[in-house]
Design a protein around this ligand. Structure first.
Ligand code: ADP
Ligand code: 5GP
Length: 202
């Protein structure tokens, strides 16, 4: 199954996602390509595949992305190859901005879309300031974008209000676990249980 985690910058997507990846099995993170410079704490191929603008544009021209978008001046894209390879092994989560989630909705109707919201504008401002990656003008731009993006939240499947982090993590895990219990997803298992009732060793 494909899960798409989206929401405004600074709402807590990567924090929630990293906890879920530690807690649950058989679920992977889709490593996007980006032209953003690597941060000191990041490793190429772990958080992102860091590529030049020319390389990114070559990939766009070759139609290698499921979706791509410009986010705060840098290019980000989800490669089709990454999604195909990792969904063969189990469940996959994408962490994309709201434009990216909107594009994926058009081509992957089967995906499950989760929108993360900050409890209030003031909390988002504080988290962006505390994260320490943006100057005051960039923070104002991110808050303006957040207002536009949150207007779209009702069109996604689930909303998580990231007030208390622990509860937000549990809510995301509950969404993944509930999706795994769907009868269409469990179809093969149900059939195999049923077959065991026809076995002579019953
Ligand atoms: P995103 O991936 O959506 O851009 P991050 O996961 O980087 O957001 O979170 C932005 C900042 O907010 C980080 O410094 C993170 O530690 C902090 N944060 C995330 N969730 C909470 C929360 N529930 N309460 C307080 N701070 C939080
Ligand atoms: P950051 O540079 O802080 O890691 O991420 C900035 C924003 O880019 C986040 O909102 C994140 O969700 C988004 N993002 C990361 N990868 C992708 C991607 O492949 N596609 C799109 N559309 N957005 C992405």
């Amino acid at each position: 199954m494909l899960f798409v985690l989206t929401g405004p910058s600074g709402c807590g997507k990567s924090t929630i996602l990293n906890h879920l990846l530690k807690d649950l099995r058989n679920i992977q993170f889709s490593v996007s390509h980006t032209t953003r410079p690597r941060r000191p704490s990041e490793v190429d191929g772990r958080e992102y595949h860091f590529v030049s603008k020319a390389e990114f544009k070559r990939m766009v021209a070759r139609n290698m992305f499921l979706e791509w978008a410009e986010v705060h001046g840098n290019l980000y894209g989800t490669s089709k190859k990454e999604v195909a390879a990792k969904t063969r092994d189990g469940d996959l989560i994408l962490d994309v901005d709201v434009q990216g989630a909107r594009s994926i909705r058009k081509c992957r109707k089967d995906a499950i879309f989760v929108f993360v919201l900050p409890p209030r504008a003031a909390d988002l401002r504080k988290r962006l300031i505390d994260r320490g990656e943006d100057d005051p003008a960039a923070i104002r731009r991110r808050l303006d974008n957040a207002k536009r993006e949150i207007r779209e939240a009702p069109s996604f499947d689930y909303a998580i209000i990231n007030d208390r982090l622990n509860r937000a993590i549990l809510e995301f895990e509950a969404i993944v676990l509930a999706a795994r219990c769907r009868t269409d997803v469990q179809d093969q298992t149900i059939r195999s249980i049923l077959r065991s009732f026809s076995s002579p060793k019953r």
